[in-house]
Write a protein that binds this ligand. Structure first.
Ligand code: HEM
Length: 496
């Protein structure tokens, strides 16, 4: 190697090493923010934060330090874990600018409601066949996942993934989607993600693919195969849509993707999204819609198995509203007990306990109340340097006793049937769900729960239920198993 080349390589490596460790030597306005000690220079608190059983650590962060907490990230970087309502307002304000989508989508979802009922009816038939002779242990997580995927497949893109007949889904997408989270949301992968701004600029995609192909870690290779299936499926769906358009079926497509494609085709050339972006949207939509809603539905069924009285109340309300038939959209969406159960479950057990954001410029986080810095000084706000990762503490905010009252940690749907504490109203907690997702998931949860509760009874089985922290929390049978599953004892319900 020539001397010049050696000098260049050494300078680049030196610069990279300095960029990596620089935060260790530079003062930051976040130094004053209190938070847990860092147990490791390499990982900071990330190992504790993203461990699947990190509930205790999350609770400690949520109760011990203040509504804005400093988290140590690799190599001296500092992140913030935030659940102060005023600070949250300022972080997720972006989403509040999207109100214009709601009306259009709600109108459209109304038209799509029969699709939801059709899939729900197939689910009821499938479970009925399995419990027709006697109550049986059923993996409700598996069925909720398959159902959620089929609903977003049908309503979102006019594509069927699963007839909901066999004991196990046969479509490769269903399996790949199930494997994705446990493989991708690990402390090691969170570390790799820190490097993604550099890694994604490393040469052309074919070169990056070559590197991935040669990483000798079985988990990475498995994740690569999973991502390939997800990508290939999206490509297939876009091809199907294009074929349908070519055959003239296109105008009939009511699903969300057809509506978006129609808008895209009508757009000016300069504003039209390329296929590659549409493929990305499909994956986002399928992913965003499946595990979130299905895991909340499983959680609702678990809570109703623990609270038989509430289960019976919900069933009565549904039977009265439906008289054995499908319940009309407006009626279903306004049933108070069902609504309270869904809201309370989402409050106590948000499937995304934290959501990540990054400050793209220096900014200041306002606080609803001043807090104390580590040096004893009073902080009226927190100065956040550009590049800081901010963890939106959804769960911490939803369980904050200062807002919800002393019973904040209890699952009590009744709280929604009377006026909420004034502090909840005053805090004006921003919604962190995308509006599209929230409306869609509410309809889906209510249709599925209406169908299930009027046909079946749910009880705890002998299998323990342990919830694990991940990008989307998931249940397994016990701490040692990371296989997503939830067994409940399901029996037939007949109204007479
Ligand atoms: C209970 C169910 C759901 C919950 C708790 C939930 C929660 C969330 C959260 C927290 C985010 C923000 C993620 C982030 O910024 O990092 C998000 C984004 C999103 N969600 Fe949902 N969601 C749910 C259901 C759905 C459904 C059913 C759909 C689609 C029909 C959907 C579509 C989306 C989309 C498109 C995004 C934006 C993704 C992006 O910007 O990359 N969500 N959701």
């Amino acid at each position: 190697m020539s001397v010049l080349l050696q000098a260049v390589v050494i300078s680049v490596l030196g610069w990279a090493a300095w960029s990596l460790i620089r935060p260790l030597f530079v003062k930051s306005p976040l130094d004053r923010v209190a938070g847990p000690q860092s147990p490791s220079l390499l990982a900071g608190n990330l190992g504790q934060l993203f461990d699947t059983d990190a509930w205790g650590f999350h609770d400690e962060v949520a109760t011990r330090y203040g509504p804005v907490v400093k988290i140590h990230a690799p190599f001296g970087r500092q992140w913030l874990y935030v659940f102060d309502p005023a600070a949250l307002q300022s972080i997720v304000l972006r989403e509040q600018g999207t109100y214009d989508q709601i009306e259009w989508l709600v109108r459209h979802l109304r038209e799509l409601t029969p699709v939801f009922w059709e899939v729900a009816n197939r689910l009821v038939s499938a479970i009925s066949r399995r419990v027709k002779d006697a109550p049986r242990d059923i993996d409700v997580l598996e069925w909720m996942g398959r159902t959620a995927l089929e609903i977003i497949g049908q309503a979102g893109m006019g594509h069927s993934f699963d007839p909901l007949v066999e004991d196990e889904a046969t479509d490769p997408y269903t399996k790949a989607a199930k494997d994705y989270l446990p493989l991708s949301f690990t402390p090691e992968m969170m570390l790799v993600r820190q490097l993604s701004p550099i890694l994604t600029r490393l040469g052309p995609p074919s070169f990056r693919r070559w590197i991935v192909d040669h990483i000798p870690i079985p988990r990475t290779q498995k994740l690569k195969r999973v991502v390939d299936v997800l990508y290939d499926t999206s490509v297939k769906i876009v091809e199907e849509k294009k074929d349908a358009i070519a055959k003239g079926d296109y105008a009939a497509g009511k699903d969300i993707m057809s509506v978006l494609l129609k808008a895209n085709m009508a757009a000016e050339d300069s504003e039209r999204l390329p296929d590659e972006h549409i493929i990305g949207q499909i994956n986002t939509l399928l992913f965003a819609a499946t595990d979130t809603t299905s895991h909340v539905m499983a959680q609702v069924l678990e809570m109703l198995s623990r609270d038989q009285e509430m289960q019976e109340k919900a069933r009565r309300e549904l039977l009265e509203a439906g008289n054995g038939d499908e319940i009309l959209y407006d009626r279903l969406m306004s049933l108070p007990i069902l609504d309270a159960i869904c809201k309370e479950t989402l409050r106590m057990f948000p499937p995304t306990p934290i959501v990540m954001r990054e400050a793209f410029q220096d900014t200041v986080l306002p606080l609803s109340k001043p807090m104390r810095g580590t040096d004893g000084s009073v902080m009226e706000s927190v100065v956040v340097p550009k590049g800081t990762n901010v963890l939106v503490g959804v769960r911490a905010c939803n369980r904050n006793k200062a807002i919800w009252g002393e019973d904040a940690e209890e699952w009590k749907p009744e709280r929604w049937l009377k006026p909420l504490p004034k502090a909840v109203e005053d805090a004006s907690i921003p919604g962190v769900y995308s509006n599209l997702g929230f409306t869609f998931s509410q309809l889906e949860m209510k249709v599925i729960l209406a169908s299930l509760l009027t046909n079946f009874t749910f009880e705890l089985s002998n299998k323990p239920i342990h919830w694990n922290i991940s990008a989307i929390t998931f249940p397994s049978t016990g701490k040692d198993s990371l296989k997503p599953e939830m067994g409940l004892k399901v029996g037939r319900y007949s109204a007479e």
